[in-house]
Write a protein that binds this ligand. Structure first.
Ligand code: KE4
Length: 424
């Protein structure tokens, strides 16, 4: 008799901290519920170990733009595996993928492949510090750039969900070089740059925030960061791990027409396998070992299975019809949720194929406003939908990720369950 999810969770907890390999998966923010254990995915659906089927709006936190177990991705990964799973030597597919990323992302002239978004963001900031010979980095409360020491000051993903303002174990020196400002607050950023501009290596930002729930940049915000960096001689770093290939093929920098000096990519860019990247101006990237002195390395960087999956996904994203489809589905979901929650203290915020239903009046412009959401009512929405076969993020501070596999049936089922909860 297979273990129930609760049984599995207890068994996991004996050998894995919290029973999970990433905190948000423990569903701590939506309380009193053992998380399900995934067994398999198929298109827009996730199946748990007890055979329950869910419309999946988490999509592994964003990578699966074509849905679970996309046949083409599965085939190319199987074929690649038959030739070997890792070489630790350069391969042609890494060059092809790098060329595809350079072609797709407007500001990227050169790129380095790594294995996770954290690694990409951490390395991009080391490169910015090495290139500018400066130490300080400015980030925004509510934005999450992975769990590298210096970036865990007021991070927005797991930490915000767990209500930990910064993590134990991060040396004071590391966090001390990180200035944290309010997202969408140009004056705050300008004041911080005025005060720290001399030693400022970079401003790093999610150009559309996804880790405090979806918070779009206010008009002029990204342009102001560009100007502040130019004035201070700092580098502008766009963390497009979520937005890259999601809000447009060229990411938020294409959508909003602001070019960073460095971009951090992951999730969709990795085709659903452990692959991420950072890239940008050639003169900056040239400082990276072995062409330059800034060290960065990785055993599985450019892994042949991941590059195979990434290439098949990114080549399909050259078709503008894919983004028309994502926009159509995203707009239907947004309109449906907004109508279902009408009259209640709730608002929907969306950019392309990423959206959040906040349990508070809108608009939500920064982390403080996001954190004022009624997270208990969010948890109630999560459980109500889960009981009806719809899986949304187990945290108010995440997003619904639309894929091409989400059709009207999946959207309408989600909207209907929401309307039921709001007594619509
Ligand atoms: P990873 O190291 O988890 O691959 O990527 C870190 C990262 C960097 N930048 C942005 C904008 C990100 O959103 C992330 C990771 N996102 C979270 C969810 N919002 C991953 C889910 C998790 O932590 O389990």
């Amino acid at each position: 008799m297979a273990l129930t999810a609760s049984g599995l969770f207890r068994r996991a907890g004996r050998v894995i901290p919290g029973g999970v390999n990433s905190p948000v998966r423990a569903w701590g923010a939506v309380g009193g519920e053992d998380p399900f254990f995934a067994a398999r995915g198929e298109g827009a659906y996730l199946f748990d170990t007890e055979g329950n089927r869910y419309v999946d709006w988490v999509m592994s936190w964003g990578p699966l733009v074509f849905g679970h177990a996309d046949p083409e991705v599965v085939e190319v990964v199987q074929d690649a595996a038959a030739d070997g799973t890792t070489f630790g030597a350069p391969t042609e597919r890494e060059v092809e993928l790098a060329e595809e990323l350079v072609d797709a992302v407007p500001s990227v002239e050169m790129v380095r492949l790594v294995s996770s978004g954290t690694e990409a963001a951490m390395s991009a900031l080391r490169l910015a510090r090495g290139f500018t010979r400066r130490d300080r980095v400015l980030k925004f409360a509510g934005c999450y750039h992975g769990h590298a020491d210096g970036l865990l000051a007021a991070a927005g993903s797991g930490l915000a969900t767990l209500g930990i303002p910064s993590s134990p174990g991060v040396p004071a020196g590391a966090a001390g070089d990180t200035v944290v400002c309010v997202y969408n607050d140009v004056d705050a950023a300008a004041t911080a740059v005025e005060r720290y501009g001399e030693g400022l290596a970079a401003i790093v930002v999610e150009p559309v925030a996804g880790n405090m729930g979806v918070v779009p940049p206010e008009p002029g915000f990204l342009e102001a960061l560009r100007a502040l960096c130019d004035a201070a001689g700092a580098l502008l770093v766009f963390d497009e791990v979520i937005t890259g290939f999601r809000v447009a093929r060229g990411g938020a920098q294409e959508l909003y027409g602001v070019r960073p000096d460095l971009s951090v990519l992951g999730k969709i860019a990795g085709g659903g396998l452990p692959l991420a990247a950072f890239g940008g101006r050639a003169d900056v990237m040239d400082e990276l070992a072995p062409s330059g002195p800034v060290y960065q390395a990785g055993t599985l960087s450019g892994n042949p299975l991941a590059t195979a999956a990434a290439l098949v996904v990114l080549k399909r994203l050259r078709d503008p019809a894919v983004y028309e489809r994502l926009e159509e589905a995203g707009a239907r979901l947004e309109a449906g949720l907004r109508e279902a929650a009408a009259g209640d203290a709730a608002c929907v915020q969306r950019v392309g194929a990423m959206a959040t239903l906040f349990f508070r009046e809108g608009p939500v412009r920064n982390f403080e406003e996001a954190a004022a959401s009624d997270t208990d009512r969010y948890a109630g929405w999560f459980r109500h939908l889960l009981a009806r076969g719809v899986y949304v993020a187990p945290s108010q501070f995440e997003a619904l990720f639309v894929s091409t596999a989400h059709g009207e049936a999946e959207i309408d089922a989600t909207v209907e369950a929401t309307r039921e909860l709001f007594g619509g």
